[in-house]
Every structure is written in C-alpha cells, then in structure tokens.
Design a protein around this ligand. Structure first.
Ligand code: TMP
Ligand code: ASP
Length: 245
C-alpha cells in the first residue's frame, strides 16, 4: 500500500496510514496479552480470526443502523477503517457477572444481571485502565458531556443486537468491551474490534464451566484449546452472517 506509515502499535493491532487521509489500515496480530501485558503469548491465526469476526459483527451492526468505522478487509488479517479520534474510554457492557465485576463486588460468577450494566474505564495502560465515574470523566475532559448519554445509548443498543446475534450462534454474550471514535463530521462511530479478545462468550452446547469458555479467558487462565475456541466462534459467526445475508 502506497504512502503507508505506522501510526500506532497496540498490543493486538497495528494502525497504518493510507494514501487517503480519511482511511486507515488496521493489521490484526497473533500476539496475545493479558493483565495489562504482564502475561504475553501468541495465539496461532488469531489476527485473521479476530479481524474476520469483527468484520462480520460490524457488518451486521451496520445493517441495524449502528455506525461503525469498518470499511472492508483487503486481506484476512487487515481491515480498512474510517479515520476517527478515539474517545479514551473503554466501555464495558455486562449481562452476566464475571471477571473484575465478581472480584470487586463479590457477586457470584454466572449471576444473570437484572439489566445490562454499562461501565467506563480509562483507556490508559500506564494507569492500568481504572474504573471511571461520570464525574471523573468530566473532570479529566475525556469526552464532551453531551456525548456520554449518546455513548451509553449506543452501547446498550449494540448489546441488544449482539446478544440476539450470538444467541442465534448458540453463544451466550456474557460481557464485552467497546471503543468509540469521532469522525471529521463529528459523528460518533463504533471503533476498534469486537472479538473473543474483547468479549466473554460461553458455548450454549456446553455445561462444564471451563469447557464452555470460547474467549480470551482460555488464555488468561491457561485453559488450553485457545485457537480451537476462537475458530469455533469464527465458524458460528460467519455461518450466521451467511444465513442472514
Ligand atoms: P473485566 O471483567 O476484566 O473487567 O473485563 C470485562 C470485559 O472487557 C471482558 O469481556 C474482557 C474485556 N476487556 C478488554 O477487552 N480489554 C481489557 O483490557 C479488559 C481488562 C477487559
Ligand atoms: N487487554 C489487556 C492486556 O492486554 C487485558 C486483558 O485483556 O486481560 O493486557
């Protein structure tokens, strides 16, 4: 690709400029990290799998009138996206208690929440992505105050759509993380990725609490069969998308 320059390298993706200033190229890596990169490894084929899953989900969400930064995939592990300014807030939506929610509140893992919980974390690796309050978001000027309800509504709408999509894949959407960006026309767009790296996904075909895990918790907890689980998610998501198309 001409006029390509590395803009940013994150833990799971590299971002390049393209000849068109309004378009960036994201290359998904096989590298895996957890616990703010204290644990490192590789998941064979993860880059392409996560790129294809994200593309499928963004295409589906786009059809449900949710604006995303997704354009297309020139290669299995590459995604062209609209250039946006990323809002430095990681939005986590939870349907079932797991992970840090259980550690920090004592709720038992697997407890179905009466209504979805939307949480905000500061996207800042040096600080370890701490949990934010509304007032801290405004104190730190992380986003325009009127944007926060827009982000909250969009996150809830994405959750409804993804829950029903994954349900039809026989997968329970436990929780997930979203990032948002603002484009040159001041539109709020869903950005980054939605993949087994950024979601907790439980297989409805399995009852065993470890066997049902289809996401990065397999890597975080050394459960093995990480690639197989990611491939299974990809197969089901792509099959569902094909049906819908
Ligand atoms: P948590 O329970 O560890 O707070 O994670 C909640 C969800 O957010 C889970 O689906 C994994 C995802 N997540 C990320 O995508 N990136 C992160 O850095 C963290 C901590 C969680
Ligand atoms: N994404 C974070 C890391 O790379 C944390 C995680 O996903 O567990 O360290």
């Amino acid at each position: 690709m001409s006029q390509s320059e590395k803009l940013y390298e994150g833990k799971a993706k590299i971002l390049y400029t393209t000849a068109d200033p309004e378009i960036l190229l994201t290359v998904y890596k096989d590298d895996a990290t957890a616990f703010n990169a204290q644990k490192r490894g590789q998941i064979q084929g993860k880059g392409a799998i996560n790129c294809q899953i994200t593309a499928a989900l963004f295409e589906w969400l786009g059809s449900q009138n949710i604006l995303t930064h997704y354009i297309d995939c020139p290669e299995p592990n590459q995604m062209r996206v609209k250039a946006v300014t990323i809002v430095p807030i990681e939005v986590v939506v939870r349907n079932i208690a797991a992970g840090s929610l259980c550690r920090q509140t004592g709720l038992p893992e697997g407890k179905i929440l009466a209504s979805p919980l939307v949480e905000y974390y500061y996207k800042n690796d040096e600080l370890g992505d701490p949990l934010l309050t509304r007032d801290r978001i405004f104190l730190l000027n992380l986003v325009d105050p009127q944007r926060l309800p827009e982000i909250d509504n969009m996150a809830r709408k994405i959750n409804q759509n993804l829950q029903s999509f994954f349900d039809q894949c026989d997968i329970t959407l436990v929780d997930f993380k979203l990032e948002f960006g603002i484009d040159a026309q001041e539109n709020l767009l869903l950005a980054d990725e939605i993949s087994p790296d950024t979601c907790r996904l439980w297989d409805k075909h399995e009852t065993d609490p470890q066997a049902k895990i289809m996401d990065k918790d397999r890597f975080r907890k050394d459960l093995g069969q990480v690639e197989t689980a990611y491939q299974k998610v990809q197969q089901r998501v792509l099959a569902r998308l094909k049906q819908w198309r």
